[in-house]
Design a protein around this ligand. Structure first.
Ligand SMILES: Cc1cc2nc3c(=O)[nH]c(=O)nc-3n(C[C@H](O)[C@H](O)[C@H](O)COP(=O)(O)OP(=O)(O)OC[C@H]3O[C@@H](n4cnc5c(N)ncnc54)[C@H](O)[C@@H]3O)c2cc1C
Length: 466
């Protein structure tokens, strides 16, 4: 047995050899050029703001980083509209763009205090900084997303989640929060004090106000054992349900044009932490891109080459504290659509998505991510009311992503999906009203708290239909 790294190094060489032949017979090298960047300033001298993937940008007239709730309240009252708050700009949708005021909570970061095992945390805190702060008290967040660059406020804003049938999205572990409204009011809420506001604000995209702090339940800071292994896609599909039951965290990636899935589990362990070699994910992506570039003209050849390269690789394992293991680095930029489906329809939708991509989009090489998320009761939580399963489709940042809307989104919608608020989708207010039973209650609270719509940019107006 060889490691995925050895296979990929060998694969690079093999791809080059096969690719030489492919180029010789006239196959197009599909590497796409760098997309154009917007000017760094606009005509008024305002500096550009861009999201992580580069597809959203704007030129805020004013940028502010308040140090406390008094400064935040003053800013919300006086800042030029639209007033938008951003965390680390990792959302793909146009949630944060503004030519008015862009607020950052970078100066409101860290743990405010503890009540038993619950930590009150400034909303500007990055998840990556929260890990060591909680670990210093022997505690941890129950779960984490794929990366930990997000701010807590941004993660709550879009219902950011990890994977695990018994583990909620991050906002599901919030027990109280403080919201500073467009009018400058500083409102505390929890399940007993202003319960309706608490239900509306936990997932609210900065459309009700700016969350300054949140109280989070924590769990004991346990070590986890991660296992990563490849398996034929059809077998992985057949075993997925039992894996979600058996493991603390389970997710898998369907790798289109390979017939292969990558399974990842995390389970609690008392084993000592292990040394970790550098991540193999980039090399894996690079090899998949190489296969796409050189063999994209023939699905059969591409699948055969992928199976030959990756078929015999051995599982990878690692042990460490959960906050060090659950999130990883994602240096290769991409754009993404993710829908959250009723768990009963998730795998059927996935199969259709893989078939659609393999039939119509030979340019796609990114793996499709498949996760489970426990239910909660926040009004705009995509997981509100029932266990849901997510399916996420990615496109390399240089590549076309219009197929998300034309080819993939209709499948997700037919299977009852709700879109991730921070990832690409085409839904408008009327579509969303049909998916969320408390949609009109949310709109009513929104109007009460922001009657002049100072918090809404053009994108948010399409959601909260004015
Ligand atoms: C590489 C990558 C990996 C990702 N992995 C995952 C994943 O595993 N799981 C997942 O669910 N998502 C994932 N995402 C999506 C990401 O978690 C969300 O888009 C998240 O909202 C980004 O956080 P942010 O701090 O960058 O917020 P931003 O994108 O800056 O803002 C997101 C929203 O939150 C609002 N907001 C920010 N701060 C506050 C505040 N203090 N009060 C009120 N509203 C606020 C903003 O106005 C905006 O509406 C990923 C994104 C990328 C680019």
């Amino acid at each position: 047995m060889i490691s995925r790294r050895q296979a990929l190094i060998a694969g690079g060489a093999a791809t080059a050899v096969v690719g030489g032949g492919a180029v010789a017979i006239g196959a197009a090298n599909r590497e796409t050029p760098e997309p154009p960047a917007p000017p760094s300033t606009d005509g008024k001298g305002h500096t550009v703001w861009r999201n992580w993937s580069g597809i959203q940008h704007s030129y805020p007239a004013q940028r502010s980083a308040p140090k406390d709730e008094a400064e935040l309240s003053a800013l919300l009252k006086s800042g030029s509209a639209p007033v938008r708050v951003t965390g680390s700009g990792h959302s793909f949708t146009g949630l944060c763009t503004t030519d008015g005021t862009l607020v950052s909570l970078d100066a409101m970061s860290g743990v405010v205090g503890w009540e038993g095992d619950e930590a009150t945390v400034w909303a500007g805190t990055r998840l990556g900084a929260l890990g060591p702060a909680l670990a210093a008290k022997g505690r941890a967040m129950a779960n984490l997303p794929d990366i930990n660059k997000q701010s807590l406020g941004g993660a709550l804003g879009t219902a950011t989640h990890g994977t695990g049938s018994k583990l909620k999205a991050i906002h599901g572990d919030v027990t109280a929060l403080t919201l500073v409204t467009a009018g400058g009011a500083v409102l505390d809420c929890d399940a007993k004090t202003r319960p309706e506001l608490f239900s509306a604000a936990r997932v609210s995209m900065g459309a009700l106000g700016i969350i300054s702090r949140a109280r989070l339940t924590t769990t004991a800071n346990r070590r986890l054992r991660r296992r990563v292994w490849l398996q034929p896609f059809e077998e992985a599909l057949a075993q997925a349900e039992e894996r979600w039951t058996a493991h603390r965290n389970f997710e898998f990636y369907a790798v289109p044009f390979t017939g292969i899935a990558v399974n990842i589990t995390h389970d609690e362990t008392d084993e000592p932490a292990t040394e970790r070699p550098p991540s193999q994910d980039d090399a894996f992506l690079d090899a998949l891109k190489g296969l796409r570039n050189l063999l994209g003209f023939s699905t059969g050849l591409r699948k055969a080459a992928a199976k030959a390269l990756l078929g015999g690789t051995k599982p990878e394992t690692a042990v460490d504290e959960g906050w060090k293991l659950l999130s990883t680095e994602r240096p290769v930029r991409f754009n993404e659509m993710e829908y959250h489906l009723p768990h009963e329809t998730q795998l059927a939708a996935l199969k259709e998505v893989v078939e659609a991509i393999e039939t119509h989009r030979p340019d796609v090489f990114f793996p499709i991510e498949v996760r489970r998320i426990a239910p909660d009761d926040a009004w705009l939580s995509p997981f509100q009311g029932e266990l849901r399963g997510s399916v996420a489709v990615h496109a390399y940042y240089r590549d076309d992503y219009q197929f998300f809307f034309e080819l993939i989104e209709p499948i997700f919608r037919r299977h009852g999906g709700r879109p991730h608020w921070g990832k690409l989708h085409s839904l408008k207010g009327a579509d969303l009203a049909a998916l969320y039973p408390r949609w009109s209650d949310f709109l009513e609270i929104r109007r009460e708290l922001d009657p002049e719509a100072r918090l809404l940019n053009p994108y948010l107006k399409t959601l909260f239909a004015l």
